[in-house]
Structures are given as structure tokens and as C-alpha cells.
Write a protein that binds this ligand. Structure first.
Ligand code: 13P
Ligand code: ZN
Length: 283
């Protein structure tokens, strides 16, 4: 089977295009990766090549030994994924030790996987373990409103989770575990990848201060929907802050507790702090 005829490639391309249309992918901003199912990797073997050499990942991911990923290329524009998929993305195989990858398809102009490959793979490794293999998609986007908030809110998991939950009733239902925050770091390497993947042990969303967001999920729809929900909530918060920031009424901690009962979800109490006690800057 040809790679571009598979459902996973079609879903990947549609998601990249949807993200571009949201305005989250200026120039080459953002990257996307998908961990193939065993049968998906099997089905495309005839379309793969062994011409490209093994290359160091820049991080160790033994939990992903032998896995195949579809991933966007470094310097490639999300704008072009649907127009020129074979050049904008590629399939990589991880070696038996989880130290090297090789390109098996795509990246046709000699390109390479995203510079955020260490973060993608470290996140995949954690998520594969903690979800029993369910999560397959890692998505990084330059979401405008979330980035704006990282200049004005304290950079804590507690404040970002609580403020974004508060902006739309469905938010705690969509991301009940909360959101993690990584303070500003140099992107494109192992260090930021390790900091992000530590947060992915408990959250499906990690914000990079002054940069963007990472989301993890089972499917393209769920992962895109998660990114979209968090960013929409951030947009509402930006509007509230822009209107003077004073709320006449809001969703209270007890409202959240009632919501949790109604929707049969668990909302960690550490996000339901009393705002009057100066708790907003706690960590
Ligand atoms: P790449 O073009 O290497 O994917 O980098 C884009 C980006 O968003 C870096 O954080
Ligand atoms: Zn980025």
C-alpha cells in the first residue's frame, strides 16, 4: 500500500491543514508526529526505502525501539503539508536501542525530521507507557492566545489550569488532569524535551512559555480538539483581561466540584484553591 493512500496519512495531512487554517503555524512554526500501529507499518513496507542512513536522535527512547513515526520535516511549512506531503513530512524508523532513527519514506528533498524530534519522541515514550499504548499523536503549535498569556500570568501549572478551566464550562471535562507549564528554555533539544516529558507523565497538555503548546492524544481528532479547546479558552481569557480583567461572576471551586460529580471526573483539589489567599503565585 502507498503511504499517501493510508487513513493515517490522510488524517495527519488534514490535521496539519486544520492547524494552519487556525493561524497557529506561521512559516515553519509547529510540528506533528504520529506513532504507527503495527499493522499500519506492515501495510506500507513496499513503499519504504532503506537508502537513508541511521542518525542520532539526540535523546534516548528505549521504550520506542522499532517503532515507526510519521513526522513533519524541519523547516517545512504546515501550509504545504497538504500541497506537497512527500516533501513536507516523512516516515522514520527507530533502531533497536532507541538511540537512532532513519528516514524510510518522504522528506524527499533530503530534509530531516523536525528539530523538536527529541521532545516528540520523549513525550511519545512517556505517553506510550502511561496510557498503555493508547496515545499516538504529539502536536506542537504556536497558539497565539496561550503564548500571550505566558507574558502576564505566573508560570505555574496551578494558575494556568485554573484560569483556563474557568473560561469555559467544558474545559475541566476536556482536560481534567490540568495543564503543565515549562518556563522559557532553548527549544530544539533534549533538555526541553525532558522537562516537557516529565509533565506528560500527568498531563496531556504542556505550555512552553513565550513559544507555544504541546498536546498528546489517542487520535488526530482528540489531539487537535484538545489544542483547539485550550487555545479557545485562552482567547476568552485574553478578552476578559482586555476588558479590564475584573469578573463580575465566575465558576467557583464548589461549582467545579459539582461539575466533577455530574460528569464523573476527578478534578485535583490543588487547582481549586481559594484565590483570595494570594494562592495565585504558589507553586
Ligand atoms: P521545525 O521546523 O524544526 O519543526 O521547528 C519549528 C518549531 O516550531 C520549533 O519549535
Ligand atoms: Zn515551536
Amino acid at each position: 500500500m502507498r503511504v499517501l493512500d493510508t487513513e493515517f496519512a490522510k488524517g495527519f495531512i488534514r490535521m496539519a491543514d486544520d492547524g494552519f487554517q487556525q493561524g497557529w503555524h506561521e512559516r515553519n512554526g509547529g510540528n506533528l508526529s504520529y506513532r504507527l500501529k503495527g499493522e499500519e507499518a506492515e501495510s506500507i513496507q513496499d513503499d519504504l526505502s532503506e537508502d537513508r542512513e541511521w542518525t542520532a536522535i539526540g535523546a534516548e527512547v528505549p521504550g520506542l525501539a522499532g517503532e515507526y513515526f510519521l513526522v513533519t520535516g524541519t523547516g517545512k511549512y504546515f501550509r504545504n503539508v497538504a500541497i506537497d506531503p512527500e516533501n513536507s513530512m516523512g516516515i522514520i524508523e527507530i533502531d533497536g536501542e532507541g538511540k537512532n532513527y532513519r528516514i524510510r519514506w518522504g522528506m524527499s528533498d533530503g530534509g530531516r525530521p523536525t528539530s523538536e524530534l527529541p521532545t516528540h519522541l520523549l513525550n511519545h515514550e512517556v505517553k506510550k507507557r502511561v496510557t498503555g499504548g493508547k496515545h499516538r499523536v504529539i502536536y506542537h503549535a504556536h497558539t497565539t492566545n496561550v503564548i500571550a498569556l505566558t507574558f502576564v500570568l505566573p508560570l505555574t501549572d496551578e494558575v494556568f489550569t485554573r484560569e483556563l478551566w474557568e473560561m469555559a464550562t467544558e474545559c475541566p471535562v476536556v482536560f481534567p488532569a490540568g495543564i503543565g507549564v515549562v518556563g522559557w528554555m532553548v527549544p530544539g533539544g533534549r533538555e526541553i524535551g525532558l522537562a516537557t516529558s516529565r509533565l506528560m507523565e500527568q498531563y496531556d497538555v504542556a505550555i512552553w512559555a513565550h513559544h507555544g503548546m504541546f498536546c498528546s492524544g489517542e487520535t488526530f481528532d482528540l489531539t487537535f480538539g484538545l489544542m483547539h479547546t485550550v487555545e479557545k479558552s485562552a482567547e476568552i481569557l485574553v478578552k476578559v483581561l482586555s476588558m479590564g480583567g475584573q469578573k463580575r461572576q465566575t465558576i467557583t471551586p464548589d461549582d467545579f466540584r459539582e461539575l466533577a460529580k455530574g460528569f464523573h471526573i476527578e478534578l485535583p483539589e490543588r487547582f481549586l484553591y481559594d484565590k483570595g489567599a494570594g494562592a495565585e503565585s504558589s507553586r
